[in-house]
Design a protein around this ligand. Structure first.
Ligand SMILES: Cc1cc2nc3c(=O)[nH]c(=O)nc-3n(C[C@H](O)[C@H](O)[C@H](O)COP(=O)(O)OP(=O)(O)OC[C@H]3O[C@@H](n4cnc5c(N)ncnc54)[C@H](O)[C@@H]3O)c2cc1C
Length: 400
């Protein structure tokens, strides 16, 4: 390894891998430190990530406006990254945001999640120049006879939607980072010490890495493992993914953000149409409320992962599936745990925490905005100044 690389990037998930690519492609010496893809193996001795999965939705408009701008910039580069890396991570698929709620709907008593506030989403679409269409209940039923939405549900249709494969996204970024000279360490960091000349990080496998600067992109583990002297102001969420094994030829449908809060088993979250998983089977995926928990300690995170998430909560997803697709044949159901983070603004944190340490985290839309968030973090680390037209304060890390 280069004696003292200019940069050590900690965390080899979507955000860390992208940052390492931009740094290496800018000619800097970089080492990328973090475990590889754990596959389906839950090993609590290694830090867990939010990307070890086959699908993520490209959130084009159902996120805060600043993030919608990052998403648009990221998407503009996907084809180039796929072509240069030879790794495909995008699948074209229309998306539908389906909700029965409008901002003034006070009856449900549930605060409307930004993902489902159709009026705001339409404004976002106008602001970032994305074509979407509002679909009224009758038209929704006519277009999707295989999906049983609740009475009064309407939708926002994005014809030019995408499903992203986070594993392939990480692979593509790392292929290009290593081609540009980045070095890779398959280990995790247990300590970080900065001084006037540089930063020393301790590795779980023994040994240390000394770098001039670091970018910390270790997701939920930034707080869970106390990697910074102060905790970030962000929530760690345990999310349960439910995978439903279905038949070949199961009718396809748009990627759904679906909220059904009036049901006795309320559900709101992501529904991804059938995709092939590494075990060769075809799974339809739910990820959202029903099986969601705020995680307050490393111990709770370890228990959450070891338990495979909240299998009881997954009942809500099974119920929502039965409601939505009563004729669907499900052969088996698998639940998986996942860790995400969410801060006050639900936009990425990109900023210096001390002179030689830049933090980069985005726990809710990281695969969507990751390429641009990684570019911004790399540029900040390389130049020491925020040079983008979006104001830095939108992304400044906050501490608890
Ligand atoms: C169920 C679920 C559904 C989601 N759906 C979507 C979606 O549809 N669209 C979307 O855009 N996003 C979605 N997300 C969010 C997205 O997955 C995250 O925003 C993204 O994975 C964050 O990337 P990251 O690199 O910051 O963190 P992570 O993906 O968590 O990766 C962090 C990496 O750092 C490593 N690490 C941790 N500690 C250390 C250490 N001490 N030393 C070295 N390495 C370390 C971990 O092992 C991991 O590999 C979803 C997340 C979940 C959980």
């Amino acid at each position: 390894m280069t004696t003292t690389p200019q940069f050590a990037v900690i965390g080899a998930g979507p955000l860390g891998s992208t940052t390492a690519r931009y740094l290496a492609e800018a000619g800097a010496s970089v080492v990328l430190i973090g475990p590889g893809d754990p596959g389906d193996v839950i090993d609590p001795s290694k830090p867990w990530g939010g990307w070890s999965d086959e699908s993520r939705m490209f959130h084009a408009v159902d996120l805060p406006l600043a993030s919608a701008i990052l998403a648009k910039r990221s998407r503009a580069r996907f084809a180039d990254i796929e072509e240069r890396s030879g790794v495909r991570f995008t699948t074209a698929n229309p998306s539908l945001t389906v909700s029965g709620m409008v901002k003034s709907d006070r009856t449900s008593g549930i605060e409307i999640d930004t993902h489902f506030d159709i009026a705001t989403l339409m404004n976002n679409a106008t602001d970032v120049g994305i074509d979407v269409q509002r679909i009224e209940p009758d038209e929704l039923a006519r277009r999707h006879p295989n999906l049983r939405f609740n009475e009064g549900h309407f939708a926002l249709h994005h014809a030019d939607g995408l499903v992203l494969n986070p594993r392939r996204f990480v692979e593509a970024q790392q292929v290009l980072a290593e081609r540009a000279g980045a070095e890779r360490i398959l280990d995790h960091v247990t300590s970080i010490e900065d001084d006037a000349e540089g930063v020393t990080v301790g590795l779980a496998g023994g040994g240390q890495v000394r770098a001039e600067q670091i970018v910390l992109a270790a997701g939920a583990h930034i707080n869970l493992d106390g990697l910074l002297p102060r905790r970030l102001e962000t929530m760690v969420l345990g999310i349960t993914i439910a995978l439903f094994e279905v038949d070949e030829g199961t009718e396809f449908f748009p990627t759904l953000m679906y909220a059904d809060v009036s049901s006795p088993h309320p559900y709101s979250g992501l529904i991804v149409p059938p995709l092939r998983y590494p075990d060769g089977k075809l799974y339809l995926k739910f990820a959202g409320t029903g099986g969601l928990r705020i995680i307050t300690s490393k111990k709770e995170a370890t228990e959450w992962l070891a338990a495979g998430g909240d299998t009881e909560g997954a009942e809500n997803m099974i119920h929502a599936l039965r409601q939505l697709m009563p004729d669907l044949t499900v052969h088996s159901t698998v639940t998986r745990p996942c860790l995400a983070t969410m801060n006050h603004a639900n936009t990425p944190y990109i900023g210096h925490v001390v002179d030689r340490i830049v933090v980069l985290t985005e726990g809710d839309h990281g695969v969507t905005v990751g390429d641009e968030a990684g570019r911004l973090a790399a540029d900040l680390a390389l130049t020491g100044i925020w040079r983008d037209s979006l104001p830095a304060r939108l992304f400044t890390p906050r501490f608890a």
